[in-house]
Design a protein around this ligand. Structure first.
Ligand SMILES: C[S@@+](CC[C@H](N)C(=O)[O-])C[C@H]1O[C@@H](n2cnc3c(N)ncnc32)[C@H](O)[C@@H]1O
Length: 247
């Protein structure tokens, strides 16, 4: 497995449960923009440790199903459901091929995940399973116009992420058949997130990452992690919310 920074943060048990910039604040904003309310049937694609699903159920009174491709994420999320007694179904599943019928959910969301995926296919699946009139919403990183092709291809190699520009995300949504598409810039949340992650990982966590990468991948692995960190911290990446409605 490539020593991508994302992968390390997700899998090295660093005590980080919310795996997207903006924390639950942006999850709440996404929910409001998608008109999630009492009894709304929501699908959260790539639900990670389930933090957002619990937040949505507790704060919006909706019903959430979470799917994620990772066994360990599903296990962590299910444990929380057992510990809290809150009923949320977490199923293993692939965002590219959802095991749900057409027009099943009122709202389909995916937080900080579509950049990792075949975007057309994943958005196509979101549109397929949402009901007519329902919202599809994501938040994800985006490239600013200033990002070079070299930076984009290095980021794809190291992190396996292929973000769009904010306009590009909007175009993808429109091409998938969504209407009333809006794109909102939430760049300031990334800046706060960088500081938060640094604090949460702490010095011990940073050492843990350093030794793991060095052991598995040697110096070239460390070089990649450093390059990736520089891209994450550069002025060429932004963060945005994209919402559309199925006609
Ligand atoms: C950056 S994390 C975001 C997790 C969660 N949405 C959050 O914001 O906390 C990306 C998640 O995408 C999941 N993932 C990656 N590829 C996937 C796929 N093809 N189908 C479903 N989930 C996937 C990973 O297992 C991981 O949990």
């Amino acid at each position: 497995m490539s020593p991508s920074l994302e992968h390390l943060i997700e899998n090295e048990d660093l005590g980080i449960e919310i795996l997207h910039p903006g924390g639950l604040e942006i999850t709440g904003e996404l929910a409001e923009l998608c008109h999630i309310g009492k009894n709304t049937k929501v699908l959260d694609i790539a639900s990670g440790t389930g933090e957002s699903a619990f937040y949505l159920v507790q704060n919006f009174g909706c019903h959430v199903t979470g799917i994620d491709i990772s066994d360990s994420m599903i296990k962590r999320a299910r444990k929380k459901a057992i510990d809290t007694g809150i009923i949320i179904k977490f199923k293993k599943g692939d965002a590219h091929d959802l095991a749900f019928d057409d027009n099943t959910f009122d709202v389909v969301i995916s937080e900080c995940a579509v950049s990792f995926l075949n975007k057309e296919q994943a958005i196509g699946e979101m549109v397929r399973v949402v009901k007519p009139g329902g919202s599809v919403g994501i938040h994800d990183i985006y490239w600013k116009e200033s990002a070079s092709e070299h930076m984009k291809s290095r980021f794809a190699e190291i992190e396996r992420e292929r973000p769009e520009t904010l306009e590009g995300w909007g175009d993808l949504f429109k091409r998938a058949g969504l209407v009333d598409v809006i794109m909102l810039d939430r760049l300031s949340l990334v800046q706060r997130w960088r500081e938060e992650i640094k604090k949460r990982i702490g010095f011990t966590g940073q050492l843990k990452i350093f030794f793991k990468v060095f052991r598995d991948r040697g110096l070239s692995g460390l070089k990649n992690v450093r390059e990736s960190m520089e891209i994450f911290q550069s002025q060429h990446l932004g963060y945005g919310i994209i919402i559309g409605k199925k006609p």
